[in-house]
Ligand binder design. Structure first.
Ligand SMILES: Cc1cc2nc3c(=O)[nH]c(=O)nc-3n(C[C@H](O)[C@H](O)[C@H](O)COP(=O)(O)OP(=O)(O)OC[C@H]3O[C@@H](n4cnc5c(N)ncnc54)[C@H](O)[C@@H]3O)c2cc1C
Length: 402
């Protein structure tokens, strides 16, 4: 049975980027709905670092204080090889309203954004899976959703099984696909999502540590691969070790000890037990387009990169902000809809630069170590736009002419 309803903007996906996009729309008085196929927000702390730019955005909507209460602030990124510090960038040297990184679990950030939405009367419509999208009309997009629920099934013991319990249609002026790597919006729009670089695998370990890690992210160079140590709130930390293949992942304390001893002899803060561990694959991908007409992509639905710079999520936030600002101009100020095409072109251009290792080059001030690793340093810097340029210049790197 179909139920029909309307909205100005439908955001598909209530991950961090979808939630931020909905918050930005609501802040501009645009009628927005947000759906997600899952039952609730993340319980894990996947992406965790908020760039200075993101903190400025959160400030503008009055959420920076609440986020920073739950975060720890990091002020530098150090690059190490064994016990030797090879390079350092400092956020204090940037011209920024918030010259630091805020590290907060993804689940906490999502909870704050979801609560902000609900206080403005927008509830995330969980367990609503977008299955069809029709963008052929010049005036609206029509989507079909499956409402799912856990229905007891089986005999003689009943077990909950996820089933479709309703079908809904929504007519929207615009649709934002913030539905992640496997984006249905992207596939319904027949937009390719090619690999633009090799996939990398990381062994992640999160745990409590007694070692004082300071206010620093540590990037560790070992045999041509970068690993990363993030201090987290409440005396916890996360190691992400680059590994060759998933089979190399050893999810226990012995695996952590082996990798840390080999690559970071200075690390002594081993725990009694690990909170969680996972082998995660990070692709380098860029969508052939960010959308067209009334359907646009943001976040992991359109781009993927390595985890160290936390660029995919943070730049995804800026994309959500940009989309909301443009949609406001069209829907409220009668600005011609062509400004959406500029969104697609600008975002594609930005990501082509970010995902191309040849786009930054050493200046005469660069150290031999920076020269050698220049192509891989860009994606390891947690920043974007002017702040990224500032961090690159601290390393003695600059953008190569296009
Ligand atoms: C274990 C792990 C560790 C990570 N660590 C890091 C890290 O250290 N640094 C970093 O930068 N990044 C990290 N990431 C990646 C990071 O989590 C993503 O970049 C970020 O979540 C992207 O946000 P997003 O909102 O674009 O997409 P997602 O978080 O993927 O959210 C997409 C949402 O869309 C929903 N959805 C999908 N299809 C549909 C549909 N058809 N209908 C309705 N809803 C739909 C999904 O349920 C999901 O909630 C990690 C990821 C994982 C899994």
């Amino acid at each position: 049975m179909f139920g029909f309803s309307k909205t100005e903007v439908l955001v598909v996906g209530a991950g961090p980027v979808g939630l931020m996009t909905a918050v930005q729309l609501v802040a501009r008085g645009i009628a927005a709905r947000i759906i997600d196929r899952e039952a609730r927000t993340n319980v894990h702390s996947y992406a965790l670092a908020l760039h200075p730019d993101t903190l400025g955005m959160l400030d503008d909507i009055g959420l920076a204080g609440e986020v920073m209460q739950r975060a720890i602030l990091l002020r530098k990124v150090g690059f190490y090889e064994g016990n030797t510090e090879r390079a350092l960038v400092e956020y204090d040297r940037l011209e920024a309203r918030h010259p630091y990184l805020a590290v907060v679990p993804q689940s906490e950030l999502e909870r704050i954004l979801e609560h902000h939405l609900s206080s403005h009367g927008v509830m995330v419509e969980w367990q609503h899976d977008l299955v069809e999208l029709d963008a052929t009309s010049p005036d609206e997009v029509v989507v079909v959703l499956h409402h799912t629920g856990d229905v007891p099934q089986g005999y003689p013991i009943l077990k909950p099984q996820r089933m479709v319990i309703g079908r809904r249609k929504i007519r929207a002026k615009y649709v934002v696909g913030a539905d992640g790597f496997h984006s249905t919006v992207r596939s319904q729009m027949h937009i390719d999502y090619p690999a633009v670089g090799p996939a990398r695998h990381f062994s992640l370990y999160e745990f409590r540590t007694e070692q004082d890690l300071g206010a620093e992210v540590r990037v560790v160079d070992h045999a041509g691969r970068f690993s990363v140590l993030w201090p987290l709130p409440d005396g916890r930390c996360r190691w992400g070790f680059a590994i060759t293949a998933p089979a190399d992942h050893q999810p226990d304390l012995a695996g952590l000890r082996r990798l840390a001893s080999e690559r970071a002899p200075w690390f002594q803060g081993f725990p009694m037990s690990i909170d969680w561990s996972a082998c995660v694959r990070f692709d380098a991908r860029l969508a052939a387009s960010f959308g067209t007409g009334r359907v646009w992509l943001a976040g992991d639905a359109a781009h993927l990169t390595g985890p160290i710079g936390a660029q995919s999520m943070n730049i995804g936030f800026r994309e959500g902000h940009d989309l909301a600002a443009r949609m406001f101009e069209i829907l409220r100020n009668n600005v011609p809809a062509e400004i959406m095409a500029a969104y697609g072109n600008d975002r594609l251009a930005e990501w082509k630069v970010l995902l191309d290792p040849a786009t930054c080059r050493p200046t005469p001030e660069a150290s031999p170590w920076v020269r050698e690793h220049a192509p891989r340093l860009l994606e390891c810097l947690p920043a974007s736009k002017a702040h990224l340029t500032g961090l690159l210049s601290q390393l003695g790197l600059e953008w190569a002419p296009a």
